[in-house]
Design a protein around this ligand. Sequence first.
Ligand code: CP3
Length: 355
Amino acid sequence: MSSDFPELTNDRVLRLCRGEEVDRTPIWIMRQAGRYLSEFREYRKKHEFFEICRNPEHACEVTMQPLRRFDLDASIIFSDIMVIPQAMEMECVMVPGKGPTFTSPLDAPEDLDKINLSPDVNKVLQYVYDAITLTRKTIGGKQPLFGFVGAPWTLMAYMVEGGGSKTYSKAKKWLYQFPEASEKLLDALTNVCIDFLVGQARAGAQVLQVFESHADALSPELFHKFTLKLLKKIATQVKAKLGKDAPPVSIFCKGGHFMNKEFVDSEYDIIQVDWTISREQILELKSKVVQGNLDPCQLYAPKEEIQKAAREMLKKFEGVRHIANLGHGIYPDTDPEHLRTYIDTVHEETQKTQA
Ligand code: CP3
């Protein structure tokens, strides 16, 4: 299958994962396709969010938009973490100004009987695979393509809350009040994540990322009791199922400082970190590739400040195999030219001149 794809000419991200030298620090941006780009906003006027996700030509087009503008070293397939709850037969719509919203969130354990805990993702989410295959061919080897999933706890949090939340108190209530039902749901989500990541890799994804975006809601006790073993299982099983063809796998626990070092001893190849961690904490992760971590709000500053901040960030990662990125997704009101300054500064500062 993979022989049908164009040869990868920019392999910096993959080289880092293999422990090989790179000529400059690679960079890509979480949510690099999105509303901060006028061409995306134009596209969205004509097409509903999940319509774009479900149509491979549309998903490919919006994935390509940031690649046409910027000198990026990786791409990420346009999709959303909510495609898994949808595959489990929960209705989720994108409400402008509010974000993803579930029409019937999970209220009590009995509600688990109303959803499909073991969907055939290879059938229901085939459209994501088709989007990946088409996009990888369209990129033509100029960048590797990331596939991704939302991690089980993050997905559960949305499925119970019905959307975003400041406290995640409803979802955490499940962990304290219904631990068995919570485990049942988290286990089911874990299995779906594994199958879906394996399918994405087979469809052409060259790196896989697991987004635990609501890690910050968990105490160390809850993290250890409910999610760490599942996150580790995802990487282990994906690698075992794919064997020698397994791509590198990345984990992002947003706001979960104490969690990052738990993945040093795991099958994950890349640990994505947010902007709140120190150089000391980054150095603890040194045996892995570390990805991150400029504060997305830093891009609101004047360009000279962005250049300075980019240099300071690079210093924090000195001696570490580093993929530059933001510490979370780029905000919709960011000036794309400020992003360009960040990307170009990372390249200029780290470019090794040929001897
Ligand atoms: O370029 C890319 O990064 C690829 C596409 C991508 C999107 N969502 C597109 C998107 C990826 C990787 C995601 C992942 C995702 N989705 C996460 C994990 C990463 C993170 O940010 O923590 C999460 C938590 C979601 C759920 C989600 N989807 C939220 C909370 C929102 C609302 C955001 C907002 O500011 O309104 C979305 C919507 C969404 N996903 C948009 C895009 C481009 C914007 C919605 C729109 O166009 O109307």
